[in-house]
Design a protein around this ligand. Sequence first.
Ligand SMILES: [Zn+2]
Length: 316
Amino acid sequence: MRSSWTAAVFLAFILFLHLPAAAGAKELSPQEEAGLYSLADLGPVDLAPKKVTVELYVAPETELAACRRMMPLVWNRVRAFYDRMGVTLVHQEGGPQPGPLAPGARLRVEMLTHKQWLARSYQAFDVAPPFRLRFLQVCRDKCAFAHLPLSVIHVSFKNFQDAESASKSGDGQANRDWLANLLIHEVGHLLGLYHAHEFVNDAVPEYLPDGKTPNFMSHQIAFKTELGWVDFQKRLVHSYLGRGKVYQQYARVDFDPLRYLELIKKHNGYREPKSGKTDGIRKKSGKQGSPKTFDDDDNGEEDDLAKGSSQINDVR
Ligand SMILES: [Zn+2]
């Protein structure tokens, strides 16, 4: 499964993304690899404002009627968040078929019916029919998946609504905040960021120094009115979008977040939390058909997420 997936991604790059073929890239020496994946020195990072085009597609089905009503205000919030980081999200109305997408340049958000979301997730993860029942269990408490190599985010609005009603909020503003936070988090993955809880000794804490504002790449984002970031994350994003070191790191692994995480872990001495709260890196490479994505996300119930994520790890 892995090889067919890799082949598909490779083909997509050649056909649609016009990226240089990674297979043709020269092997790095161990020293070169260590230098490339060291995050201690990102080299010069151009922090000038940058633009990223985002196709926003809301499926036409009536299941998405409430989503359609919420989206203008939700998207304003997403845009305002990234404006503060110096990243302008240029909105484009998405049609049923994606336009030409490219990592860090042209992204797509799909708000889908639950059925569509499952179908697209099966496809993106390359989940073969015998494993779909199990994947269904994994998906029960997920609202979205961000697929970095595909530059696409798939959102199940139904799962979001279910999580929302389970929390008994009923407050329209709070629900919009939560949906916006979910999209802010997922777009963060497509801008090259990993989870705040991924490592215990990196420069990305789950909460800001005030102790109450959640990091937007944490899982503590449900119903929060404010999310924040640390300067290091802003530098990672600008390095990625500016085709700097972070972009080179990803390009070298064909935008596979799991290979990226393994390499930055190795070359920065990062450690994963003992309790296994992290979900990305535990999907060890080498097993066939590992989902090549950062996650998940996010109904804000960490235990469920951890459980769901470990189940994802076993989907083969
Ligand atoms: Zn995530």
